[in-house]
Design a protein around this ligand. Structure first.
Ligand code: ARG
Length: 228
């Protein structure tokens, strides 16, 4: 196997895309967030030190296949398509795609999105949703959700479709200019992904998640970032 995957002691490596507050983002030059806290618990269980690799969201699957990391923790939604190339842990968070528009926009809900210029983060389930549902007007794909929000504020696009919790964070930072609509577009479940066939690591991760759910630690972590 790869050095990252099987060295005793040493490091365990997670890959992520730290553009997704509150799950992973940069604060004072450090990558922090709900996923980092969970990953640290996994590392502790393995008796290893957590290393974090920050890459583009759409290159996360390749991080696993190329053995650049042991697992991906990136607010990643379980999908049938992704399951072809990676294995998922149990889910640790339920989410939905949300719509963000400029204050005063004529877009009031899902029904108004057709034919509009929509920004998404490339390779996400928001990208998938818009690509599939609005075939005539493919979404504008950004490397970072924050860049889509900037384009929304400067009226280059009409809406941003992004995961709800992250949407709340973006809106809180730009509350004078943008707002989140109440419509939810999808039902999604986040999980940690490992290289296909790494059943041992999946069961370790599931054990950690199970403990964190039953002892209240997971809720505590999620709540900690609500106000952060
Ligand atoms: N939940 C969505 C997906 O799986 C978006 C995740 C974005 N995560 C990130 N770290 N940028 O496609």
């Amino acid at each position: 196997g790869t050095a990252a995957a099987s060295t005793a002691g040493g490091n365990v490596t997670m890959s992520t895309n730290a553009e997704f507050e509150p799950f992973e983002y940069k604060a004072n030059g450090k990558i922090v967030g709900i996923d980092v806290d969970i990953a640290n618990k996994v590392a502790a269980k393995l008796g290893k030190t957590l290393q974090v690799r920050d890459v583009a969201f759409d290159s996360l699957p390749a991080e696993l296949t190329a053995g650049k990391c042991d697992f991906v923790a990136a607010g990643m939604t379980i999908t049938d398509d992704r399951k072809k190339n990676m294995d998922f842990s149990d889910s640790y968070f339920d989410a939905a795609q949300a719509i963000i528009v400029a204050k005063g926009s004529t877009i009031k809900g899902k029904a108004d999105l057709k034919g509009k210029k929509i920004g998404v983060q490339q390779g996400t389930t928001g990208d998938d949703y818009c690509t599939k549902n609005y075939k005539d007007t493919p979404p504008k794909r950004y490397n970072k959700g924050a860049d889509a929000i900037s384009d929304l504020i400067s009226k280059r696009i009409d809406a941003v479709v992004i995961d709800d919790y992250s949407a709340q964070k973006f809106v809180a930072k730009n509350a004078n200019q943008v707002q989140k609509l109440s419509d939810a577009l999808t039902v999604e479940h986040y999980a940690i992904a490992v290289k296909k066939g790494n059943t041992q690591l999946v069961s370790t991760i599931n054990g950690v998640l199970k403990d964190m759910k039953s002892n209240g630690e997971l809720d505590k972590i999620i709540n900690k970032y609500k106000s952060a």
